[in-house]
Structures are given as C-alpha cells and as structure tokens.
Design a protein around this ligand. Structure first.
Ligand SMILES: O=c1ccn([C@@H]2O[C@H](COP(=O)(O)O)[C@@H](O)[C@H]2O)c(=O)[nH]1
Length: 272
C-alpha cells in the first residue's frame, strides 16, 4: 500500500452505491444505475486517490449482473493506477475459506483486487487457506479487529481466559503473520476511526502492517480524530471515507474536489 499512498496521500475512498445515493445522483436503483455510479467514481478517482474500496454488498444485491459491475470496477481501478480493496468481509470454516480464497485472492480471479477484507470471528486459524493463498498471490488481507460500528465492542472487547480482548488476540495474530516482513507485511487490520480509547485497551505497536480505518465522515469520525485514536501507529493508517466523498457526485469534478479535500485533511492530521 505504501507506494501509492506515498505519492497520492493516505486515503481510501469507498464505492458504496447505497439506494439513497443512487437516488441523489438521479440514478435508478437497478444494475444500470449501479454501473453508471460505479464507473463514474472510477473515472473520477482511480487516477488520483491511492486506494478504492468497493463494498461487495452493494454489488451482490443485484445478483450476478451486479457482481459483473464489481469485476469491471476492479479492472478500471487497476487501469487508473489506484489499488483496490474488495470489502467482502468473508469468514467461514477453513475448508470453505479455501473457496473464498480462490474467489478473492486466486491468481487471475475476476473478483480478486489488491486486497480483501475478512472476518476472523470463526477463529483466526479458519482464515489460514486465504492467508496462504494471498501470501502466494501477493494479495493483501485486512482482518476485522475493532470495527467502526457501536455494536462491535460486544464481541471484540470481550476478554479471553488469558485476559486479552478478542480484538487484541486478532491484532497479535496479524502481527505474527507479518513478523520479520520488510518494510511491512501484507496482512492488515481494520480498526474504525470511530473507536475511542484504542491505545488504552489495545496495542497496535507490533502489527508491522497497514491499518484500514473506516468511519471518517458519515459515521462521525473526523480526520482530527485519527491522531487521538491511533497515536504512534498513525503512520500505518489508511483512512476510509465513502458516503462523504460520494455525496459530492454525480459530477466528476465534484467527486475529485471532495476526495482532494479529504486527502488534504487526513494527511494534515496524520503527518502533523
Ligand atoms: O469496521 C468497519 C469495517 C468496514 N466498514 C465499511 O467501510 C465503509 C464505510 O462507509 P462510510 O459511508 O464512510 O460510512 C462501508 O463500506 C462499510 O461497510 C466500516 O464502515 N466499518
């Protein structure tokens, strides 16, 4: 992730074609609207932001025709020079995880981006088939640790018999995956920018990988929150903003201006 973040700034913009956004853009809530929305975002941003994160759910809601739009988006993002994160949040028993691995990290798979999000809540070890294939194919993996939604703490802050939170156990498992990697490993964590007191309860210092931080904008976190939430780990943070940027559409110029404002704000906050 560092190369494009270095030249374009640390921002991931999500492609989240909510029905309300399709309506706001004057588009129909169908595959044609989804396609127009998606290709407009790709045209506007793939040649200027570091990372673009299509949210798989908004494509899957239209079945195979929607998934085909996601596949086209991944090609367009790559052609524009941005990196892609397929936000699929998959997680299942290991033997099924192997099939998800083929889909989202298999060489030549049309659904494989530069990285994929996964859920470790069936046990970190259940992710092994995907972690192994991703390492072999050069695909990044972002593992949910402390999610941005208020309900997440119920599971993620729960303490295990050794006293560690579930989230810290995930963070430590990711650190073990990345141990010895230089300059950093390709397994990251998801920690919401909305999660207050991360440093009090959790230790991100050994992670040696990227931290995807959704929650900027529509969920209430601001770029200025990033320093307080991530402290010394902020150099590794890739903030995500979806609806706040997408709301500036449907014009390409408006999307570009909104993304540029977000890049400036997060860069100022992270590097100050
Ligand atoms: O903890 C998490 C993990 C993933 N997300 C995803 O990020 C975007 C956020 O969209 P906004 O419009 O900027 O709120 C969305 O796709 C979520 O599914 C997250 O928010 N929190």
């Amino acid at each position: 992730m560092r190369t494009s973040v270095g030249s374009r700034g640390a921002l991931c913009v999500g492609i989240d074609p909510h029905p309300a956004l399709l309506a706001q853009w004057g588009l129909s809530d169908d595959v044609a609207g989804l396609e127009r929305f998606t290709l407009t975002v790709v045209e506007a941003l793939a040649d200027r932001v570091a990372v673009i994160k299509p949210q798989a759910a908004f494509f899957e809601r239209f079945g195979s025709a929607g998934v085909a739009v996601l596949e086209r988006a991944l090609v367009g993002i790559r052609d524009g020079g941005a990196l892609s994160i397929v936000d699929a949040k998959r997680g299942d028993i290991g033997s099924t995880m192997a099939a998800y691995a083929d889909a989202f990290a298999g060489p030549g798979s049309p659904l494989a981006g530069d990285a994929v999000t996964v859920s470790p809540f069936l046990g970190f070890g259940s992710l092994r088939p995907l972690l192994d294939l991703a390492a072999a194919s050069g695909t990044g993996v972002f593992v949910l640790a402390l999610t941005s939604n208020p309900e997440g703490g119920q599971v993620q802050h729960a303490r295990q018999p050794d006293g560690k939170t579930v989230a810290q156990t995930v963070i430590d498992a990711v650190a073990a995956e990345n141990a010895g990697a230089s300059p950093t490993g390709s397994v990251g964590v998801v920690v919401g920018a909305t999660v207050t007191g991360v440093g009090r309860e959790h230790d991100l210092s050994a992670i040696n990988g990227p931290i995807l931080a959704p929650g900027i904008g529509a969920q209430g976190a601001t770029p200025d929150d990033l320093r307080a939430v991530f402290g010394a780990a902020r150099d590794q943070v890739l903030p995500n903003s979806s609806r706040e940027v997408l709301g500036a559409g449907p014009g390409v110029a408006g999307l570009r201006e909104a993304a540029a404002r977000s890049v400036d704000a997060v860069e100022k906050a992270l590097r100050a």
